[in-house]
Design a binder for this molecule. Structure first.
Ligand code: ADE
Ligand code: ZN
Length: 336
């Protein structure tokens, strides 16, 4: 429990950096493996959790791609997405802009439509039954080629109306944003928002490329941008949202101590940073646990916590009128 747990719980929040496959809890994974008669390397929950001990991004990704191997049917993708939505309702998450990794499924022979329809069905249900609004962001795996990305873009054409944007994730170092310049240009022409992971493990140059060469609408993580004062100035001037993920940074050893997180400095510098969970099933916490951890580590004030929640809506792809409704709800909660 954090000193500000009550405030954190009461604030409505948007989640802007969440990989739906990273919300796949081992309990559900084991149930779906049994349903689909697939062998998994874990016999018990404890064994699964014991394997979730990473010292860098790649070690995590190896387990993450292995875990999603049991997902085969629309029902599986629905159930995973629904479980996430039910869970974050408890954390007062009222809007989510969710990544999914289609190439991690299509390359196993699962058709794109199975993945998309399963997730979309749960998102629709989430709005109707839980009041959580959502958008979907289709991510390209950066360890694959730009050509592979173009194949995915073509394959996904029948569903384009259902995605607000495209992302870039997976192994960062050695796969700079410029590797995908042509692909993102095409995505921009198609009207997609561009969200790029940059500066998680990769150098500040990757954030610079994402921002200045690609024209990213949002930077996911962006921690290492803080090494470059000129880049900080650009982030401030453009108010480009930074989706920070505290427990992820700690689990993947991007930081050895959350006290070294850039979040407080970013707030003080007037950058549009918000807090997110990234892959909550793997990193030990959903939205409010991320808020609590960063609040305690950096001794954030109530005003700074409120600013983070406000930034989550300001940095979203909601319309201005929808943002205004959420921001006035925050005002109402604080006043109460
Ligand atoms: N895919 C899922 N989580 C990721 C992360 N933290 N960084 C890069 N790719 C990811
Ligand atoms: Zn991520």
């Amino acid at each position: 429990m954090s000193a500000h747990s009550d405030l954190i719980a009461r604030l409505p929040k948007a989640e802007l950096h969440l990989h739906i496959e990273g919300s796949f809890e081992p309990e559900l994974m084991m149930a779906i493996a049994e349903r689909n008669r697939i062998d998994i390397p874990f016999k018990t929950l404890e064994e699964a959790k014991a394997a979730y001990d990473f010292s860098n991004l790649q070690e995590f990704l190896d387990i993450y791609y292995q875990g999603m191997n049991v997902l085969r049917t629309e029902q599986d993708f629905h159930d995973m997405t629904w479980a996430y939505l039910e869970r974050v309702r408890q954390d007062n998450v009222v809007h989510v802009e969710m990544f999914f990794d289609p190439q991690a499924h299509t390359e196993r022979g699962v058709p794109f439509g199975v993945v998309a329809e399963g997730i979309l069905a749960a998102l629709k249900r989430g709005e109707a039954e839980l009041g959580i609004t959502s958008e979907l962001i289709m991510s390209f795996l950066r360890h694959l080629s730009e050509g592979d990305g173009f194949v995915l873009l073509d394959e996904s054409i029948p569903w384009h109306e259902h995605f607000i944007g495209v992302g870039l994730d997976s192994s960062e170092v050695g796969h700079p944003p410029l590797k995908f310049k042509g692909l993102f240009e095409r995505c921009r022409e198609l009207g997609f928002k561009l969200c790029l992971h940059a500066g998680e493990e990769g150098p500040p140059e990757y954030v610079r490329e994402a921002l200045l060469d690609i024209g990213a609408d949002r930077i996911d993580h962006g921690n290492r941008a803080m090494e470059d004062p000129a880049l900080i100035q650009v982030l401030r001037d453009t108010q480009t949202p930074l989706t920070n993920c505290p427990l992820s940074n700690l689990s993947l050893c991007v930081l050895d101590d959350l006290k070294k997180s850039p979040v407080k400095t970013q707030l003080e510098e007037g950058l549009l940073v918000c807090v997110n969970s990234d892959d909550p099933a793997y990193f030990g916490g959903y939205m409010n646990q991320n808020y609590e951890a960063i609040t305690d580590a950096l001794d954030l004030s109530a005003d700074q916590i409120i600013q983070l929640a406000r930034n989550s809506f300001t940095g979203s792809f909601l319309s201005q009128s929808q943002k205004d409704l959420h921001l006035s709800e925050i005002d109402r909660v604080i006043a109460g």
